[in-house]
Design a protein around this ligand. Structure first.
Ligand code: SF4
Length: 197
C-alpha cells in the first residue's frame, strides 16, 4: 500500500514493472496552491534521475513558453499521471494509471487549481476518459469530475512534439495562451502577474 505525505508519495509498490524500473518515485513540484496545474504522462529517464517532472528538453520548452507569458516554472504545479518511470519509456498501462490515480486525485484536490492542463495524449485521455485527438483538440476545455469536484481541463500537446514539428509549436503556444487567460495572466507581461500563480 502506498503512502502520501502532504503532496509527496513516499512509498508505493503497486506497479511491479515500474517499481523494477524506477530509481525513485517522482512526485509533483510547485506550490501547493498553484492556479495552474500541468499533468504529463510519466517520468522519463531525466525525470527519474533528477526526481522532478518535465526536466530535460521537454521541460525547457515548457519553461520557455511559460516565461514568454510572464510565468515562472516555480509558480505553477507540474505532475504526472503515474509517478514511476515505465520500462523503455513505454506508455503506462491502464492498470498502472488506475493504481496511481488516487495520488493524482489527492494532488488536484489539495492544489485546487483554476485549470488543469494535460500535456499529451495519455494524460488527456486519462482525465477526460475518452479518446482524444490531441493536435486537433489542443486548446479546448472540458469540464470533468476530477479531484473531488467538477474541474476545467485544457487539452494541450506534449512539449516534446514542438521539437519536431513547428506547427505543433504554434498549437502548444496557443493552448498556453488559453491556460494563461483562464488563470488570469496577461500573456504579454514582462514578469509574473500572480505571486501564487
Ligand atoms: S506509478 Fe504510482 S501507483 Fe504505481 S508504483 Fe509508482 S507511485 Fe505507486
Amino acid at each position: 500500500m502506498g503512502t502520501m505525505e502532504g503532496l509527496e508519495v513516499t512509498e508505493c509498490e503497486r506497479c511491479p514493472a515500474l517499481v523494477d524500473c524506477r530509481s525513485r518515485i517522482v512526485s509533483g513540484v510547485g506550490p501547493a496552491d498553484a492556479d495552474l496545474l500541468f499533468v504529463g504522462e510519466a517520468p522519463g529517464q531525466n525525470e527519474d534521475e533528477q526526481g522532478e517532472p518535465f526536466v530535460g528538453r521537454s521541460g525547457s520548452v515548457l519553461d520557455e513558453q511559460l516565461r514568454e507569458r510572464g510565468v515562472e516554472r516555480a509558480d505553477v504545479r507540474i505532475t504526472n499521471c503515474v509517478r514511476c518511470r515505465p520500462p523503455e519509456n513505454r506508455d503506462p498501462t491502464g492498470e498502472e494509471l488506475e493504481n496511481c490515480r488516487e495520488y493524482l486525485d489527492a494532488e488536484v484536490e489539495r492544489v485546487d487549481p483554476d485549470v488543469v492542463v494535460t500535456l499529451g495524449k495519455v494524460p488527456s485521455e486519462h482525465l477526460l476518459d475518452r479518446d482524444v485527438a490531441v493536435t486537433k483538440e489542443a486548446g479546448s476545455v472540458e469540464t470533468v469530475d476530477l479531484g473531488g469536484e467538477r474541474r476545467d481541463v485544457l487539452v494541450c500537446v506534449h512539449p516534446a512534439a514542438t521539437l519536431y514539428d513547428r506547427s505543433q509549436a504554434d498549437t502548444f503556444a496557443n493552448a498556453l495562451d488559453t491556460a494563461a487567460t483562464m488563470a488570469g495572466v496577461e500573456s504579454d507581461a514582462g514578469q509574473s502577474q500572480l505571486g501564487d500563480f
